[in-house]
Design a protein around this ligand. Structure first.
Ligand code: DAH
Length: 346
């Protein structure tokens, strides 16, 4: 019987060793420790044995039972650990996989250009201010030396606001340029003044590749003692270089704007052909960037600044035109047609 027990133990432990799944382990447990197992049978039959044998066999059988239980528990633990390890492996995130990229939103190209231009002037000591989009005729025209009868009014296709005074005047409009804000700044601020004024302007205009009924301008104004045309040239020369690069040539030519004297137009050599002549510059080699001039003494007088003591320069530019030149955009209507495919490129 002892020998039988010994064989049983080694066979059972051998099998347990080979067990590789939790299901199999249950079968093993029934087979070797269950009610019908040989070991249980032997333990049950102990009573029928002679006292001498009973002690010996009983001790051995109980020892084997204890060993089985210990080994079974150990095996169970090992298998459970292995199972957990497999599960963890299956469920785990593979952090070496590339993630989904989120494309960040961006600022509108006009906003970007406005900010860049304002920062260039900001670095030269100009303060950024704003004026209203809905203006009085007085600020948009009269105060800028453009009285009712003046032919320069034809330069601006005006959108009038449907508002009439008692005597039938229509004095309110959507500003056609940012120049009226110059007047507002000078009315409020005694010189020295250095200001740039970005904002929307409106024109009663049929749209095409180079015309929009709403666009952005940036106005500039400097008023101080001893300001001369040289300051105007130096400031704008520096501005164009900071925005378009050191290589650019700058050209000043006479132009007419009622609120400045003398008036100039500033051009840079064409960014596409470096001045050789191409489609972008209409074969002239030059691109017009802005209008400018020395603030007209009449304008200064109107805001109670004495033109004998103070002089100033002013300039105004279209923001979309500058974006178009810098990015090679050939249709101004793209800016406000809300096509995300266009806007995403900037
Ligand atoms: N306001 C002008 C326009 O819209 C541009 C301009 C020209 C502004 C000369 C100025 C200036 O301040 O001095 O066409």
């Amino acid at each position: 019987m002892l020998k039988q027990l010994g064989e049983l133990a080694s066979k059972a432990l051998d099998e347990l060793n080979k067990v590789s799944g939790l299901k199999e382990i249950r079968t093993w447990q029934t087979r070797y420790l269950g009610k019908k197992s040989s070991l249980t049978q032997i333990l049950r039959s102990l009573a029928t044995l002679p006292a001498e044998e009973r002690r010996e066999i009983g001790a051995r059988a109980n020892e084997i039972k204890a060993t089985f239980e210990i080994e079974l528990a150990r095996k169970k633990k090992t298998l459970e650990k292995a199972k957990i390890a497999t599960l963890v492996k299956q469920e785990a995130l593979d952090i070496t996989l590339p993630g989904y990229s989120i494309s960040p939103g961006r600022l509108h190209p006009t906003t970007q250009t406005v900010r860049e231009i304002c920062s260039v002037f900001g670095n030269m000591g100009f303060q950024v201010v704003e004026g209203p989009d809905v203006e009085w005729d007085y600020y948009n025209f009269e105060a800028l030396n453009i009285p009712k009868s003046h032919p320069a009014r034809d330069m601006f296709a005006t959108l009038w606001v449907d508002f009439e005074t008692e005597n039938g005047d229509k004095p309110m409009l959507l500003r056609t340029h940012t120049s009226p804000a110059q007047i507002r700044v000078m009315e409020r601020t005694p010189p020295p003044i250095r200001a740039v004024i970005p904002g929307r302007v409106y024109r009663y205009e049929a749209t095409d590749a180079t015309h929009e009924w709403m666009l952005y301008q940036i106005e500039g104004l400097a008023v101080d003692k001893h300001i001369t045309m040289a300051d105007l040239k130096g400031t704008l020369f520096e501005f164009t270089r900071r925005l378009f690069g050191d290589k650019r040539k700058v050209r000043f030519r006479c132009d007419y704007f009622p609120f400045v004297e003398p008036g100039v137009e500033l051009a840079i050599d064409c960014t596409a052909c470096d001045g050789a002549g191409c489609r972008l510059c209409g074969n002239t080699g030059w691109l017009e960037i802005l209008g400018a001039g020395m603030v007209h003494p009449g304008v200064l007088r109107r805001v109670n600044i004495d033109p004998k003591t103070y002089t100033g320069f002013a300039f105004g530019m279209g923001v979309e035109r500058i974006s178009m030149l810098r990015y090679g955009i050939d249709d101004i209507r793209l800016f406000y047609s809300n096509d995300l495919r266009f806007l995403k490129q900037f």
